[in-house]
Ligand binder design. Sequence first.
Ligand SMILES: [Zn+2]
Length: 297
Amino acid sequence: MSELVLEDAGGGVRIVRGPTNLGIVDAADGAAILIDSGNDEDSGRKLLRRLEADGVSLALIVNTHSNADHCGGNAFLQARTGCRIAATREEAAFVENPLLEPSLLWGGYPPASLRNKFLMAKPSRVTDVIPQSGPIPGTDLEAIPLPGHFVGMIGVRTPGGVLFCADALASAEILAKYPVFFLYDVAAHYRTLDFLASCPAELFVPSHAAPAREIGPLVEVNRRAVDRVNEVVLDLARSEPTWEELLAGLVTLLCIELNHSQYALVHSSIRAHLAYLADSGTLSTRFEGGKLRIGRR
Ligand SMILES: [Zn+2]
């Protein structure tokens, strides 16, 4: 089993580098706080081994949001240590009821192909429901609202100015591989990008990109990726496609390879883009012969 890759960010903050970047923050009385818990039990086990080697106990996990790659280690760590878990009210619902995530993506009770560990973490108990903004009670950390990617996602800022910014930003490589980055609320995501571009922090730690002192360039890469999806949808809408035709056209144009999980993620995300474009007055939808058709306004 490979060990964790740790980077010292100073001020009692360490960054755990991996497919999902996590944080270990020193807390009072020789305890530690985790910012997210990684993919699964294996990730939880490695984190616990690290804390035990450091001689510190786990006091709290702060979940930025409820996607399985962020709260997948919760159940193991809470069973082993009895640690508290903090999440916003919206995300807590998903952390405690993981079936809600594939249900949201699918739009109803999901088939077995979507009830998988990538879309569903093991359930854990949220002991501390925290506001999306302001001090996180019992810690010297601050919750920063970063809605858009998921229903009540937050970032976490340390007193030394390290901002764990969750999935508000993805690396250029990830956006090239997954041109439709999952978004729950496109308008909120744009506002979050604007906010991050001017947000004071010494170091930004996106979950799926390298930590950076200057975040402006990555914000722009992410903004262009969202703009591009909107442009493709608007372009396809010129021929008044049905929903399935629109999705097929977009998947073909952006060279997206579908499997069940990818289909659900892209489907849900494009529905969010449709809502955004309809609400901003550029798209319209109508029904014809039992089919939803999407057109330009
Ligand atoms: Zn993630």
